[in-house]
Ligand binder design. Structure first.
Ligand code: UD1
Length: 332
């Protein structure tokens, strides 16, 4: 792509969204971020703060976005592409408050799609999730595996995919939806009880706190490094690849939680004790994706293996811990 674009990244201060912003800015595009800083951090974007091609707008996708869209256009002109990450991302919170989840995850997306339709936005990326699959679907899951979400979060992500398909068929919208497996890497926040397992284990390993493995630890996940995910997103967003398709993004490598814990403790040189607790309610036993669609439609091949990704995340975490004040200070 030669022409610089004006790209809107909703949720661009968050864990995955901010990595997509990094790629888009490095490619020379103008980027506007909408974020309500509920789980994102301005510190994730501080490297671009002073760049004239970058603009941050405090906006909540669950509320009216008219003013935010107007300000974005005043800044860099017509929005040509939208990467939509902004969401309520915690599965357990979606169970506690399903109505709020619809506001962020369904209404928020439809607001963005309506804007895209009215303003002839060339392409929309949507962050979907492996949470749309049936927990009992045989592994590896492919895009045609049974979709039967076990949470309002999963239901709303699947609903989002239906909206994309509807807008594509009736309004000519062009989109790519990526169903992420377990994404990890720098900027993932270990602080809440529903944080991703890698961020929790690394945090405990470097602080010497005990690591808790639920169940026998032989359950598996497909862990994909965040910069690989950001590459897949931006490739789909900026090109015709993944045209109106829904694609799983993972590595195809199935890793047990026991192996993960051992690898992290060894990498960190940590003596954190390992405790076992009963299985967490609702946990699935195995999760891993096929790679066929990602390879065929996006030419996607993860570049960062688990060992390298964990090492890079560990290095980041140590830097964060030595930084003052902590990045958590910049959250709204
Ligand atoms: C996440 C969601 C889950 C949802 C799934 C759908 C949470 C807490 N979990 O789970 O509700 O169905 O996505 O894609 O939001 N683990 C430990 N010790 C820990 C933390 C986790 O052993 O301290 C284990 C878990 O039991 C699980 C694995 O690590 O087997 C991964 O956990 P997590 O990172 O929370 O992700 P998912 O299980 O994929």
């Amino acid at each position: 792509m030669t022409e610089p674009q004006h790209i809107l990244v909703t949720g661009g201060a968050g864990f995955i969204g901010s990595h997509a912003v990094d790629v888009l800015m490095r490619l020379g595009h103008c980027v506007t971020v909408f974020d309500n800083l509920s789980t994102g951090y301005l510190a994730n974007l501080e490297q671009w703060e002073a760049n004239p091609r970058f603009r941050f707008i405090h906006a909540d996708i669950a509320a009216d976005l008219t003013d935010a869209f107007n300000r974005a256009v005043l800044g860099f002109g017509r929005i040509t592409r939208i990467a939509h990450f902004a969401a309520q991302t915690a599965v357990p919170l979606s169970m506690d408050d399903p109505v709020a989840d619809i506001g962020a995850n369904v209404t928020g997306l439809v607001r963005v799609l309506e804007y895209a339709r009215r303003n002839k936005v060339a392409k929309v990326f949507f962050a979907s999730s492996s949470a749309i699959y049936d927990d009992d679907a045989p592994v590896p899951v492919s895009e045609t595996s049974s979709a039967r979400p076990s949470s309002p979060y999963g239901i709303n992500k699947l609903t989002g995919e239906f909206y994309l398909d509807y807008y594509a068929r009736l309004n000519g919208l062009t989109f790519t939806a990526l169903r992420f497996m377990n994404v990890y890497g720098p900027r993932q926040d270990p602080k809440s009880w529903y944080s991703g397992v890698i961020s929790i284990f690394l945090d405990r390993a470097v602080t010497g706190q005990p690591i808790t493995i639920f169940d026998d630890g032989e359950q598996t996940r497909d862990f994909v490094y965040v910069t690989d995910v950001a590459e897949a997103v931006t490739h789909a967003l900026l090109t015709g690849a993944g045209h109106n398709a829904v694609i799983n993004i993972g590595t195809g490598v199935e890793v047990t939680i026991n192996t993960l814990a051992r690898t992290i403790l060894s990498l960190a040189g940590s003596a954190s004790p390992v405790r076992h607790e009963p299985a967490r309610a609702g946990d699935i036993r195995r999760s891993v994706t096929t790679m066929d669609q990602a390879e065929a439609l996006l030419a996607f091949r993860p570049r960062v293996n688990l060992q390298a990704g964990l090492q890079a995340t560990l290095t980041w975490l140590r830097q964060e811990k030595s930084r003052a004040p902590s990045r958590s200070g910049s959250a709204a």
